[in-house]
Design a protein. Structure first.
Length: 71
């Protein structure tokens, strides 16, 4: 694929997701009584990634420390 087409598709996807997340969070997107707030879902996912990332980073350091004790 052409590099300019790849850059254009990437920009469209990035800007599209930002706009959909913003407008669904600002406006009330509801269908059949369900909320379609993509901004809230993205924020919850990001917070979960931070918490789980810190947990597994701590676990990695513990395992590396235990591994160094054997040497």
């Amino acid at each position: 694929m052409n590099k300019w087409v790849e850059i254009l598709i990437g920009l469209i996807l990035v800007l599209g997701t930002i706009l959909v997340g913003w407008y669904s969070h600002v406006g009330s997107w509801t269908l059949f009584g369900l909320s379609w707030d993509f901004g809230s879902a993205a924020w919850l996912t990001l917070k979960g990634v931070v918490i789980w990332g810190a947990f597994f980073l701590g676990l990695l350091f513990l395992l590396l420390g235990i591994s160094d004790l054997k040497n």
